[in-house]
Ligand binder design. Structure first.
Ligand SMILES: Cc1ncc(COP(=O)(O)O)c(C=O)c1O
Length: 413
């Protein structure tokens, strides 16, 4: 096999492996012909995809720039330094580690940097939107640490700040985690810092969801408040699937060693290059405008869903994320998700605070990248409600979805 040319086009794959090429094209068609409302997903740019599919994928690079366990790292060192510098400048952080393979790996490394097995950690409980890494018994976190969950107010759905303070005083945790997979409101990082300081705990912000909004200035930054900020790069931030950690200089060495060699092996240089591209894109005025539109769309979407009869958690949103209970429309979240999937509307179920049945978690990151705005969000809410109620004819609803997305191709041309 000749390796003189970098394989850059779908044509190469189509010629060499038509079976797989067909799978890739099938997925592209699925993404383009259905509505992507999963709050954790987005469409990254062709430049990000190009970096991901580049020959940097061939390179082994254990260690950090200038201190690698492998030869031939002089070029990828430049790529990683660029990614680190762009992340630091984008988020105003003293230190950035861009090697974490995923959001979960970033959280694992944060715990490894600050905690010992058996330590007590305060985090949002899973029924209220905590992530698996925030103490699930099915996850390393729940097995290795003693998690104490806090919750949200039963009436408002807002984090119960008084409970956080009381639990912190009672349990004196080694760390407090703030961050969620489904919380639609801004997190009060100053409050969490104050409580952490009062009880002598570290503050870990798991900003996997809002970090893209932070990059664009559409959400408050945890960086000035948290000892360690963990994040993903693939949600609103619109980069490759991966993780990132931000911290102050005093923790930089502990964080780096917690990533490699403690919890990971070789860095994935193609992904790190793609992160650098995404950070570059996120530093532009266009990206800032995009994040403002993401939030504007989510607000209109939440209001329109409420108008249609859904119970919208917290009564609205500050972010890209909306969670809603379809019970008043006569179905639970699982049934609703199944009906919507059949109509080409792709979204997640989620736990609802203080409800037995599951709700729907929706996000506006992907549709906003496609160019959809408030008008489309209102149309989607009406369509979605008709399908959930069972009043919209399924085939017709699917056609309407196709008609809508045809006007907003994620990868024009
Ligand atoms: C708050 C939070 N933490 C961690 C993660 C884990 O990210 P990953 O799936 O990349 O491991 C997620 C993913 O959605 C998340 O929302």
């Amino acid at each position: 096999m000749s390796v003189t040319h970098a394989p850059q086009t779908a044509d190469v794959l189509a010629r060499q492996d038509p079976e797989l090429a067909e799978i890739l094209l099938g997925e592209l068609d699925r993404q383009a012909s259905t509505l992507q409302l999963i709050a954790a997903e987005n469409f990254c740019s062709p430049a990000v995809l190009a970096a991901l599919g580049s020959p940097l994928a061939n390179k082994y690079a254990e260690g950090y720039p200038g201190a690698r366990h492998h030869g031939g790292c002089e070029i990828v060192d430049v790529a990683e330094r660029l990614a680190v510098e762009r992340a630091k400048s984008l988020f105003g952080a003293e230190h950035a580690n861009v090697q974490a393979h995923s959001g979960s790996s970033a959280v694992l490394a944060a715990y490894a940097a600050l905690l010992r097995p058996g330590d007590t950690v305060l985090a949002l409980g899973l029924p209220y939107g905590g992530h698996l890494t925030h103490g699930s018994p099915a996850n390393f976190s729940g097995r290795w640490f003693d998690f104490v969950p806090y919750g949200v107010d039963a009436e408002t759905g807002i984090i119960d700040h008084e409970q956080v303070r009381t639990l912190a005083r009672t349990h004196r945790p080694k760390a407090i985690v703030c961050g969620s997979i489904a919380y639609p409101r801004h997190i009060d990082y100053a409050f969490f810092r104050e409580v952490a300081d009062e009880v002598g705990a570290y503050l870990i912000a798991d900003a996997a969801h809002p970090i893209g909004l932070v990059a664009g200035g559409a959400a408050p930054s945890p960086v000035p408040y948290a000892d360690i900020v963990c994040a993903t790069t693939h949600k609103v931030l619109r980069g490759p699937r991966g993780g990132m950690i931000l911290c102050g200089s005093e923790l930089s060495e502990r964080v780096d060693r917690a990533v490699f060699p403690f919890t990971q092996g070789g860095a994935q240089m193609h992904t790190i290059a793609a992160k650098a591209v995404a950070f570059g894109e996120a530093a532009t005025p266009e990206f800032a405008a995009y994040t403002r539109q993401v939030v504007a769309n989510a607000r209109v979407f939440a209001a329109a869903l409420a108008e249609e009869g859904f119970v919208v958690t917290t009564g609205g949103t500050d972010t890209h994320l909306v969670t809603a209970d379809p019970a008043p429309l006569g179905v639970d979240g699982r049934t609703a998700r199944g009906r919507l999937a059949a109509a080409g509307m792709v979204l997640d179920c989620c736990a609802l605070p203080h409800a037995d049945s599951r709700g729907l978690r929706l996000g506006t990151a992907a549709v906003t990248t496609q160019g959809m705005a408030e008008k489309e969000m209102t149309r989607i809410a009406a369509l979605l409600a008709g399908v959930v109620r069972g009043t919209a004819e399924r085939v017709r609803a699917r056609e309407e979805v196709r008609d809508l997305v045809d006007g907003f191709p994620p990868y024009p041309g």
